[in-house]
Design a protein around this ligand. Structure first.
Ligand SMILES: Cc1cc2nc3c(=O)[nH]c(=O)nc-3n(C[C@H](O)[C@H](O)[C@H](O)COP(=O)(O)O)c2cc1C
Length: 175
């Protein structure tokens, strides 16, 4: 258990956004395991109000930057996972975006733990990006594209663990 705990801390401290990728394929088994990690995230009342669109078609990946200005890396990625929220699945109204954020972070850490690279690319609440994904991927109106994570084998290395520990943001007992 202690060993498992250390592994998790190491993954959290060394994860970085990776935006360039090699052409090497990502196995179906790796994709499935990363999605399993995403769906292991906590959610309000365990409502799990998410869907995941796994985009592997080059034609589709290439079109994402047409409506999302900070997503050029999709043109190099082997796949991208679009995390979507479905408020109709909520038991506790209003929490879907927090649940999807937890799933997105789990996915990112799993990508890193498997030796792959990925980056959280924000979609919601930017309306043009939400609409762009709905049109591109035939997503129903009641489902909200939340974030997209382009994934591939890393073609860049980044120093691990930028020091973001900030004592000034910690408040003990009272502000
Ligand atoms: C809500 C959110 C939206 C983001 N959107 C983008 C994006 O559109 N494009 C991008 O390249 N990176 C995006 N990022 C990644 C951040 O730029 C990155 O996490 C941050 O600079 C810290 O670097 P690190 O992930 O390497 O620690 C986003 C991250 C979050 C959490």
């Amino acid at each position: 258990m202690r060993e498992a705990l250390m592994d998790a801390m190491q993954a959290l401290f060394s994860r970085r956004s990776i935006r360039t990728y090699t052409s090497e394929a990502v196995s179906a088994a790796a994709i499935e395991e990363m999605l399993e990690a995403a769906m292991s995230a906590p959610s309000a009342g365990n409502q799990q109000p998410w869907h995941f669109v796994v985009v592997t078609e080059r034609k589709l990946l290439d079109r994402i930057p047409e409506f999302h200005p900070h997503s050029l890396m999709c043109r190099e990625a082997r796949l991208a996972v679009l995390v979507c929220g479905d408020p109709s699945l909520e038991k506790h109204a209003g929490y879907w975006s927090q649940d999807c954020a937890a799933a997105t972070e789990n996915l990112l850490v799993a990508v890193h733990a498997k030796g792959l690279g990925g980056v959280w690319v924000g979609v919601y609440p930017r309306e043009e990006r939400v609409v762009g994904f709905r049109k591109l991927l035939d997503i129903p109106e009641h489902v909200i594209p939340f974030a997209v994570v382009p994934i591939g084998h890393p073609a860049e290395q980044k120093p691990p663990r930028p020091d973001r520990y900030n004592k000034a943001r910690i408040h003990k007992n009272r502000w």
